[in-house]
Ligand binder design. Sequence first.
Ligand code: UGA
Length: 436
Amino acid sequence: MTLQISVIGTNYLGATHAAGMAEFGHDVIGVDIDPDRVKTLNSGQSHIFEVGLEPLLAKHTATGRLRFTTDYAEIADWADVHFLALGTPSGPGGAADLSQLHSAIDSLAPLLTKPCLVVGKSTVPVGTALALEARLREKAPIGDGVEVAWNPEFLREAYAVEDTLRPDRLVFGTHSKEALATLEEIYEIPITDRTPVVRCDIATAELIKVAANSFLATKISFINAMAQMCQAAGGDVTLLADAIGFDKRIGREFLNAGLGFGGGCLPKDIAALAVRADELGVGVLSEFIHAVEAINDGQRLELAELAIDQAGGDVTGKRIAVLGAAFKPGTDDTRNSPALTVADHLHARGADVRIYDPQARLAPREGFTQVASVEQALLGAEVVLHLTEWPEFRQLNPEKLGELVKSKIIIDGRLKLHAPSWRNAGWKLVQIGRAS
Ligand code: UGA
């Protein structure tokens, strides 16, 4: 059955979710306070680089099944279901900043005169959903006619459309049968395609999301700690990851050692979980998370120090080439990017840093120069750093590039370059945790 659905917040999560809901056959209105973004989305274009999103926006804005507005009055009594897809960035001390959610609720609630379901998709500290429900009921004319459920999102940037249309699981956190039935109606297509569904209480739904991201972060920090061990003992962390990954209980994914995790989700979500764990007196969890964070921060620093060592102990005035600025390949997102932390550190130590990234456009900033090609980045470089593993960097020609640099030294921060090709071309290639 076609439902009338609003999606509040239209960044990575909201824009993709709105387009996905239209693809599932629903009538959808996306809401955002940013009029420029609304204009772009209404013209069927995307304000972010995300594979497959623009065609979906173009398709459904053309059919009229999807549109965007800045006006809450257009959705308040129109929608059966309101999805909350707002950002929950890091606030003071790493706690989640819920101000975007609160202001959306405060805009929507006074206009609600027909019963509706409000479904949270944002990543929030456990306990948030019930607090939002109380806030809504207090401010909405319909009062208890508003209900809140939680349906966390697990999409990955660069695969956002794929993950939305073909999720690997659905989580429905609700305390009522009616809300559950509505969620099952909304997701009828993936459910028919046998997507596993976990039906649970709201607190469990909130926790599932942060547990998933924390576990992924834990895998990465574990393998990075093993990389340190391999480095100390002369072992090879990539072969180690391959070997343990064959055990189905462990799995090979998220065991790629290197510069560690960044982006707009993992770092902030685990920090917020640690804060919430402390609030609830679960010190054992916050300590665990702090260990994961410490390993991750250490990787960035260690890589920057390695570059300084390779440059002879001092980078003042020396040119360093950085390949990659996005927090991972396939996206133009540079939030909490490990590559930029390393670049910042080297700049602070006096280096002349040149960065190239195939997609990410850096706002003009003090500290380093963004260039338009790998060749421009490498010209006159004394050390080259490979920090985001874009596939095109694996196709580079070490012979030709060797003619551009001052010293043929490359640090592969993502352990993805084909070491023999670089070494055969006379380069010194350094990878933490892999024998050279
Ligand atoms: C992450 C989760 O993977 C999604 O499931 C979740 O929905 C999303 O956060 C979210 O909360 O919205 P994303 O931020 O797109 O998705 O990034 P990931 O693909 O998880 O990568 C995170 C970081 O880990 C990247 O910097 C990546 O380079 C790094 N990474 C990943 C490693 O260092 N090693 C690995 O083996 C894998």
